[in-house]
Design a protein around this ligand. Sequence first.
Ligand code: PXG
Length: 291
Amino acid sequence: MRIYIDGKYYSEENAKISVFDHGLLYGDGIFEGIRAYNGRVFKLQEHIDRLFYSAKAILLTIPMPHAEVMRAVVETCRRNKIRDGYIRLVVTRGVGGLGLNPNKCKRPSVIVIADRIQLYPPEFYERGLEIITVPTVRNLHSALNPAIKSLNYLNNILAKIEANNGGCEEAILLNAEGFVSECTGDNIFIVKSGQLLTPPLSAGALYGITRGVVIDLAKKAGMSVAESNLTRYDLFNADECFLTGTGAELIPVVKIDGRVIGTGKPGRTTRTFVEKYRALTQTTGEPIYES
Ligand code: PXG
């Protein structure tokens, strides 16, 4: 495997960063998780835009322009002969001292890892997931805005541990007001009386790229879509529920906190979105290889 770090490509053994990098010392940095399908990088522009938005929010200057970051992602895929894969793009604050002052970090580091994708088991999609609400509350947007895809994922990790301890793969996080925000690595949607509903960003959700694609697909299909605050009660009484994320794509949810959702099987609307999303991933994106 060849890994991109600051303009150079290294073998797995030699791809190393300093123990003084503030990405390690303080979780001071940002990242993106991107997928490649069928020789193309899916929604690359959107991921790079979000990376730059995250950077702006934490006053981090990415030391290269958008186009160059895009080229680094595509070139890393090419050098690793990726057609279908998973790309992790990381920007750290860089090497500094043992104090938290980021001004001591002279140059942020840009890292691109492109690997084969570890797909979720097919039964997740066929049967649907059972998920639970966990005690860990979503970060306050006035403290650390969950819209920032930062290297500090402890809020999500704690929720994931609590889900796992409860025998579930995924957790629903509520925000401090008790409204549904999202899951640990996925956005959440419900279908109710023909309408598609998902929490707004102000509820503590990440501006998910898969979320955006699903909203567009729904609007194109003439479906009513609303970004509105949802309570657990709304989830329990939904006709259908599903999660969206780059890694997961769309996963149906069939049980929440012991309540069966809809018929207890993946719903028809959810299955339609799964098919449309998969078709899009196979036919669109930034080409990795010259055609
Ligand atoms: N919420 C959170 C907190 C996330 O981290 C999403 C929603 C979905 O966003 P996208 O843009 O992917 O639709 C994410 C994204 C992983 C992995 O390795 C996690 C994500 C993306 C890719 C891989 O678990 N999370």
